[in-house]
Design a protein around this ligand. Sequence first.
Ligand SMILES: Cc1ncc(COP(=O)(O)O)c(C=O)c1O
Length: 414
Amino acid sequence: MFDPKVIRKDFPILSRKVKGKRLIYFDNAATSQKPIQVIEAVANYYKYYNSNVHRAVHTLSQEASQKYEDAHEVVARFIGADSYREIVFVKNATEGTNLVAYSLGLHEFSEGDEVIVTLMDHHSNIVPWHIISKVKGIKIYTVGIDEEGKIDLDDLASKLSSRTKIVCVPHVSNVLGTINDVKTIAKMAHEVGAYILVDGAQSVPHMPVNVKSLDVDFLVFSGHKMLGPMGIGVLYGKEEVLEDMEPFLGGGDMISSVSARLEGGFSVKYNDLPWKFEAGTPNVAGAVGLMEAIKYLDNLGMDNVHAYERDLVKYTLELMEELEGVEIYGPMNPNSRSGVVAFNIVGLGGHETASLLDDYGIMVRSGHHCAQPLHEYYNISNSARASYYIYNLKEEIDIFIEALRDILVISSEL
Ligand SMILES: Cc1ncc(COP(=O)(O)O)c(C=O)c1O
C-alpha cells in the first residue's frame, strides 16, 4: 500500500519545524531524507557488528563481510544486474563516472577518439571527460536537446562516428525532470561500437530501472538520493567490460597477491570483481544503510513511487501555470518528466526565491544545479528547483503555491 501519510511517520526529520513552520522538504533531487529503518540499520552496524571486512576470520568481521556482500546482491537484484560482480560500491555517482573515465578513458582511449556528452548532463558526467581529454587528446562532442527537453536523437545520430568510444547521458535531467530514451540511445551507441554510460542519479531513486532491458554498459547512482546514507554510491558495469578494465584505485582488498621481484618492481595480481575496483576499507555502514533503503523502496514498489511523483508534478504544473510571473523550465506534460520542477520568478534570482521560501519552512534548491551548460541554453544563470519524493504531499504543494503567490507580490513591489 502506497500511503504517503503513513510513509511520513518513518521519517523523523519531517516532524521538525523551520522558522516556526512545519518543514516542507522539496530538495530531494539534492539528497533525500532517511527513514528510521535506514537510520537504525546504520546505528545497529556500529552498535553490534562494526568490523573491517574481508580481512579477518573473527565473528564480527564475518558478520560485517556477509552484510557487505549481501548489499551488493540486493543492489544487483534492484537494478536487474546478472550478478553482484557487476556492482561496484563507490562514494557516489560522481566517483562512479570518474572511475569509468580513468579506468577506461585513460587506459584505453587514444588521441582522436571521441566522447559524447549532452547539454543536460550534470557536471559529474562532463568534467571527468574534460580532464581525461586533456591528457589523451580525446575530442568531446555535446549533444543538444529537443523541444520536449529530451536528448535530441537526431543530433546524437549526427555526432556518432566510428571514433566514438563512449556516450554519456543522464537518464533523468536533474533540472528539467525529463526522462530520456536510454534504450534507444544505447542501441545507437552500440551500433557504432561505443559504450554507453548512464547517469542514473535521478532515475534509480524514482522509477524502475533495469540495466538488462536498457542494455547499458555502465550505470551510476548515489545512495543518499534514494533514502540511503551519504558516502555510498554504485557503479554498475557489464561483467565482461569490467573484467577487461584496469583498476581505478590501488591498495588493500583490490589485489589477490603482491610480491616483490628480485630484479625490481612488483608482481601484482588483481582481485576478482567487484573487489578489484574497491580499494581500501569500504563504507560498510553505508552499504548496510543502502541495502535497507532498497528494501524500503522495494516494499513500496518503484512503479508506485514513479506514479505518485508524476501525480505531484502534474498537480504542481497545473497550479504553477496559473501564476503570472513564474517561468517553468522543461515540458508541461507531466508524463514526460519525473518529480522535478525548475522555475524562476521573473525579476528575482533563484537564490532570492529559495531564501524567501525558506521563511515559509519550504526547502528548495537554487543555483545552476551543477548543470551550467543547460542553464546557458536557457539563457539564465540559475533557477529554483522543487523536487519531490515519496513523503511529499499535495497539501505541501498548496502551501508552496500560496508562498509563491506572496513572493510574486513582494517581487512586483521591488
Ligand atoms: C543527474 C545527477 N548526476 C549526478 C549527480 C551527482 O551526485 P553525487 O553528488 O551524489 O555524486 C547529481 C546530484 O545532484 C545529479 O542530479
